[in-house]
Ligand binder design. Structure first.
Ligand SMILES: Cc1ncc(C[n+]2csc(CCO)c2C)c(N)n1
Length: 221
């Protein structure tokens, strides 16, 4: 039996995939030992990621050839715009991240890189290219979150960031994205490799960035 197209893409990006899904950030999050300033720095950047992510979801919604897929993407967009946003607000309040910090902290290179690749994927007007970046962002998060140790850490800031990415709805959405990419990707295989591989490398860098920048502008001091 031949491998699924999405398995082939992941295999080609294996080093970065494993480095990201087994990252120090993931281990410390699961153990509940992550430094509050690291978590704060990560979430400030991730909230910006979410904005470009929704724009990319819109591009996929516009680009798909199937009504069923458009509905599924639209439902997900609604869920993201609702629930996850309240997580960020509650987490920022608990971590003492002010609106001033959220506004003025500069984009990390990884954040800028993600915003660029999401814009680039949207600009190709290729449903497959948009799906590649979306699939990496969801599937890689499901991968590490589903391997988190139980019981979950006691703080909602940690536990909810895990359960947001490891629950039946999310699992089903990843399965949907992979199915779509398996369906439309092979016709644009080179383009897919290009976007998928770079997106995985950016996920790794995004976690790295949470541990960088302990300079004067550090969040949480
Ligand atoms: C760098 C980074 N990569 C992937 C995700 C995962 N993710 C992005 S948007 C979204 C939908 C709402 O849960 C999910 C799961 C993230 N948060 N940050």
């Amino acid at each position: 039996m031949s491998a699924r197209f999405t398995d082939t893409l992941r295999e080609a990006a294996r080093d970065d995939w494993q480095a990201a899904s087994g990252h120090r950030f993931v281990t410390e999050l699961g153990a509940g030992t992550i430094a509050p300033r690291v978590m704060a720095r990560y979430l400030v950047q991730d909230h910006r990621f979410l904005d470009a992510f929704l724009a990319l979801l819109g591009a996929a919604m516009a680009g798909t050839d199937r009504f069923e897929a458009r509905l599924r993407l639209a439902r997900f967009a609604g869920a993201v715009a609702g629930e996850e946003n309240t997580y960020f607000e509650r987490a920022f309040a608990t971590l003492g991240v002010t609106s001033e910090t959220r506004r003025t902290a500069p984009d990390s290179d990884a954040t800028a890189g993600f915003q660029a690749i999401m814009r680039e994927a949207a600009a190709t007007r290729s449903y497959a290219a948009a799906l590649c970046v979306l699939t990496v962002a969801e599937w890689l998060y499901l991968d590490w979150a589903s391997k988190a140790p139980k019981p979950l850490p006691t703080s909602f800031v940690h536990a909810e960031w895990i359960t947001l990415h490891d629950n039946p709805d999310f699992r089903e959405f990843v399965a949907f994205l992979r199915g779509e990419l398996d369906r439309v990707g092979p016709a644009e295989a080179a383009l897919c490799q290009f976007f998928f591989g770079r997106a995985v490398a950016l996920e790794r860098r995004f976690f790295d960035a949470a541990y960088e920048g302990d300079g004067a502008a550090e969040i949480g001091r």
